[in-house]
Every structure is written in structure tokens, then in C-alpha cells.
Unconditional design. Structure first.
Lengths: 280, 284
């Protein structure tokens, strides 16, 4: 029995290793192509390694960063993601505390509206939302977080409220009796207890905002501001001929920071996703 | 305490609620209203009753997109969940080496956005197609369909696998041990003990893959953009094209009506799914 399990483990290890290589292959392929000369990047040659003649060093990267405005897109994406996630975590946890502790028709209504909003597809609101954002001048990278807070509130409020119901009321009550007002109670008692949930919610919302394409495309003025997904799409869409070299380099420049962040915070990210799903 | 918190209520709830009104509630109801109107901008909307809805059902591109989406969803939900569950089973085996590395690798594609994923796979699939002498994605419906499925599997299997692993780790060891003492084979243990115990994870994963597949947009736009001739266009992309790729007074109203139908469809399907799998969950 034991030997059989051991042998099976061996077979599985081999299968999983092959699968892992297949999983990484698409990214490695882009990496190799990003070092090729522009005219050596062909449709049927995507799998060939760069050779001495076709190797182009970092030229594509320099082009992508220089002429194609990669750095400003990176800046916009970073700012939008950080400001939106920060706003979502702060405001939604405050609301969630209120919804979990105060029973009223308003709490019930708001809670169910949040649940409802999670299922509604973006296409339902895309036209009216971008019109509303224009009217309220919420159409710059600096204040688009308001829109993200509104559209992302559903998931965040739902998840945090769910967790809030499982933490004991007594601690908060003790703090209030000792003379804390609700604001202080929230920030010094409730917020620290929420930390694991906030990490999960933060990761899920950050993955969404960072990779979101349609919402910023419709809300922002594409001539002035491009986030990274908008930039990649713009490469393909608006030129007659696609500059494949800088395009590959841009894809790599987009993926590398994500992989670094992922490898550093791998444990939290995987735990956060699992925990988020169990509560959701 | 409730009283004190009530007094501070506006401070705690108002920021989110105001943003929620701007970002969801108001656009939702305005969208609902506009689906009964003819308009090119919000300011010139003219109420025309059910006209848009009648036109939706004459629009064959919408019906085609619906069938394409449905067919895509069924196959992708099945394959993602079966593979993810199988991987989770293997990765929760005792004494298997390197589980952490495998987990990390399989989850990675999830962090890469749909647009970027779509282009990576477009380059890869086009290369394979040209090497075997087949028409490229822009002219090849079948390749577009399977390309989307492979792409979605690549992206989502890791995510669902993580959820299944969490579910499997929660199955009490006493149960599986009792089963093996009673002489159950590992196959029987899987079907009679493990599967019923991870039913909550299955509910979540099927729900997530279902809504993800039905609402798919970025990957569809980047991989095939609906080519050839709208044959690989899914519902979300069809609605987007109706809104933004056409000029003329009738299109935006039609697009909004399609969006309302799409929305109802997604809600109804997810409700049915949730009821169906939720009822199979067992109490621990």
C-alpha cells in the first residue's frame, strides 16, 4: 500500500512538472520574442529562440518605455489602483460595521443592493455610468476612485459584513462603555480585528482594478490618460501596422511587476483568495 | 451601543452609499429607463415603449452571440471545474513534494489581466495554426472557440484549484479514516465522503466560473474581437459593439435593451445554479 502511494506520488510529480512547464510557456515565449528585432517577429516564428542575428538586446524595451508612454501608463495604473483600493477598504469597512450592528430598513436595503450589484454585468450600466462620470467630472485618474468605490462596494461590503457578524460584540461594547466614541472604537478596536478580511478584500479588488479595461476606457479621456490595459489594447487597435517589438516588451513590462509582487506576497494572495471565496 | 452608532451613522455609511448611488444605483435605473428610449446621448432620449425589445429578438447577431456564449460557458465551466478539482485532489495528497511550487505556478495566470492574456494567446495560437497550415484566428471560428476555452482554462483553473484545496483541507480526517477502516476504496471515499463535504466549494466555484464565462469581455475582445464576421462574438462584446461600433439613432437604445436582457439572464441563471448546488450541501 505504502509503496503504491509512493509510486503514484512519483507519477503525479512528473505530470505536474510537465504541466507547470506548459503553464509557464506562453510567458516565456513572449519573453524571448521581446528580445528579437522588429522584423524577425513573425507569426509562424513565435516559438523560435532569438539567434545572434535576430537578437536585439533591450531595444524594444527602450522603445516601449520611451516612445510609447509606458511609464505614464504605469503611473496612472498604480495611482488608480492604490487610491481605489484604499478608498474601498476604508469606506466599505466603515459601512459594513454600521450594517452589521445597526438593524434598520436602511441597513437591510443597502446590504441587499450590494449583493444584487455583484451579479449585475457591467454592460448594464456602462453607458449610463460613463455619462454620469462625465457629468460629475469624475473622469480623471485622480478621482476615478469614486467610481471604483461605487462599483466595487458590493463585493467589499458583502464580504466584510459577513466577517463582522462573526466577531464578538462584547469587545466593542466594552470600549464604548469605557468612553470611546464610535469613531475611536472603529479605528482602534474594530479595524485591527478586520485585518485578515481586509487583506483578502484588498487583494481581490486590487486584481480587479489593476487589470480592468472597459471601465477606464469608457470613463477616462483616452487621448490624455491610458492605463496599462488601455495602452496594450491601443497598440493593437489604432495603428495600421502593429509594432510587435515594443508590444512584446510592454507585455513583459506589465507582467514582471505582477510576478514580483505575487512571488513576494504569494502566501497572502493565495490565502486571501481561499478565505474570500469561503466567506463569499 | 447601537444608539451611539446610529448617531454617527451618516459618517460611517454616507461616503460608500453616495459613491454606490453614483457608481451603481443611478446608472442602473437610468439604464433601465433608457432601454425604453431612442437616444444618441442621454439628453435626447425619447420614450418609445417596447420598441427596442422587439428589435432585439429580430437581431440575429444577438441570438448567435447567445448560443456562442452558452456553448462556451457549458464547456468551460465543466472543464475548468473538473481539472481544478483533479489538481486539488493531487495537490492535497500526503507526502507529495513541491506542492507549494505547483500551486504558485498554476495560480499565476490569474493575476494577468484579460487583455494581456488575450494577446499572449493570440500570438501563441496563431503561431501553432500557421505551423500546421490552418487559417489564422481572424478567419477561423473553430480555433477561436477552442482558443477561448483553453485561455479561460489556463486563467481560471488555478483560482478554482485554490478554493477546492481549501475545501478539501477542511474535510475532517476522522471521516476519511473511518471510511478506509470500513473498507472503502479511495474511489468510494472520493464520491461518498469528500465530494459531499466539499459541496460548498463546488457551489462557489461553479457560480464564479458561470458568471465569469457569461460576462466574459476582455479576453474575447483581445483574442478574437469577434472575428471572423462576429462568429466568435459573445454577449458582452455584442452589446459593446451595438453601443459603440455603430452610428445611427436606433443602436444605443437597442444596445441598452440587450444589456437589460443580458442582466436578467445572468441573474436568473446564477439563481438557478445557486439553488441547485446549494441544496446538495450537507451540514457538518
Amino acid at each position: 500500500m505504502k509503496n503504491k502511494a509512493k509510486a503514484l506520488n512519483g507519477i503525479f510529480s512528473v505530470i505536474l512538472s510537465i504541466l507547470s512547464l506548459l503553464y509557464i510557456f506562453p510567458v516565456v515565449m513572449i519573453l524571448f520574442n521581446s528580445f528579437k528585432q522588429e522584423n524577425s517577429i513573425t507569426t509562424d516564428g513565435a516559438f523560435t529562440l532569438p539567434t545572434a542575428e535576430t537578437f536585439d538586446g533591450l531595444t524594444n524595451y527602450v522603445n516601449a518605455i520611451g516612445a510609447q508612454g509606458f511609464l505614464s501608463s504605469l503611473g496612472y495604473s498604480l495611482f488608480i489602483t492604490i487610491s481605489s483600493v484604499a478608498a474601498i477598504l476604508l469606506f466599505c469597512s466603515m459601512s459594513a460595521w454600521y450594517l452589521a450592528r445597526v438593524k434598520s430598513w436602511f441597513s437591510t436595503m443597502f446590504y441587499y443592493l450590494c449583493v444584487f450589484s455583484m451579479v449585475v454585468p457591467f454592460q448594464m450600466v456602462m453607458y449610463t455610468l460613463s455619462a454620469t462620470a462625465d457629468k460629475l467630472k469624475l473622469n480623471t485618474p485622480w478621482n476615478i476612485w469614486v467610481i471604483y468605490l461605487g462599483f466595487g462596494a458590493g463585493l467589499a461590503v458583502f464580504m466584510i459584513t459577513g466577517f463582522m457578524k462573526s466577531i464578538p460584540l462584547e469587545i466593542e461594547e466594552a470600549a464604548m462603555i469605557d468612553g470611546c466614541n464610535p469613531i475611536r472604537t472603529f479605528f482602534s478596536i474594530v479595524m485591527p480585528m478586520l485585518k485578515p478580511t481586509l487583506v483578502s478584500v484588498g487583494i481581490l479588488e486590487a486584481m480587479w482594478v489593476w487589470n480592468d479595461y472597459l471601465l477606464p476606457t469608457l470613463v477616462l479621456d483616452i487621448k490624455k490618460y491610458k492605463t496599462i490595459p488601455m495602452l496594450i489594447q491601443y497598440f493593437r487597435g489604432s495603428y495600421g501596422r502593429v509594432e510587435m517589438g515594443p508590444m512584446m516588451a510592454s507585455i513583459m513590462l506589465t507582467i514582471i511587476p505582477i510576478i514580483i509582487v505575487y512571488l513576494l506576497g504569494q502566501k497572502h494572495i493565495i490565502k486571501g483568495v481561499a478565505a474570500g471565496a469561503v466567506k463569499g | 451601543m447601537e444608539k451611539a452608532l446610529r448617531k454617527y451613522g451618516p459618517l460611517f455609511v454616507l461616503p460608500t452609499f453616495a459613491a454606490f448611488l453614483i457608481g451603481f444605483v443611478y446608472p442602473f435605473f437610468q439604464g433601465l429607463y433608457l432601454s425604453f428610449c431612442q437616444f444618441t446621448t442621454i439628453n435626447n432620449a425619447k420614450f418609445i415603449g417596447l420598441g427596442n425589445y422587439l428589435k432585439v429578438f429580430q437581431d440575429t447577431s444577438f441570438l448567435d452571440a447567445f448560443w456562442f456564449t452558452a456553448l462556451f460557458s457549458v464547456v468551460s465551466i465543466l472543464s475548468i471545474n473538473v481539472f481544478a478539482f483533479a489538481l486539488a485532489l493531487i495537490l492535497t495528497r500526503d507526502h507529495l513534494k513541491g506542492t507549494n511550487i505547483f500551486r504558485t505556478v498554476f495560480f499565476m495566470p490569474n493575476l494577468i489581466g484579460g487583455i494581456v492574456l488575450g494577446y499572449i494567446w493570440q500570438i501563441l495560437i496563431n503561431c501553432i495554426l500557421s505551423l500546421v497550415g490552418q487559417p489564422l484566428l481572424a478567419l477561423n471560428t473553430k480555433a477561436g472557440y477552442w482558443g477561448l476555452i483553453i485561455l479561460m482554462c489556463w486563467q481560471q483553473i488555478g483560482y478554482m484549484m485554490i478554493i477546492y484545496i481549501a475545501g478539501l483541507q477542511n474535510v475532517p480526517e476522522a471521516l476519511t479514516e473511518a471510511a478506509s477502516i470500513d473498507g472503502a476504496t479511495s474511489w468510494q471515499t472520493l464520491w461518498k465522503v469528500k465530494l459531499p463535504m466539499v459541496m460548498p466549494s463546488i457551489t462557489i466555484c461553479v457560480f464564479l466560473t458561470l458568471t465569469n464565462s457569461f460576462k466574459l469581455f476582455d479576453q474575447n475582445l483581445a483574442l478574437t474581437a469577434g472575428e471572423p464576421a462576429h462568429a466568435t462574438e459573445m454577449l458582452a462584446l455584442n452589446i459593446y459593439q451595438t453601443f459603440y461600433a455603430r452610428a445611427g439613432a436606433q443602436w444605443k437604445g437597442l444596445g441598452q435593451a440587450k444589456a437589460v436582457i443580458f442582466c436578467i439572464l445572468v441573474i436568473v441563471i446564477s439563481l438557478i445554479q445557486f439553488r441547485a448546488t446549494h441544496s446538495k450541501e450537507v451540514q457538518q
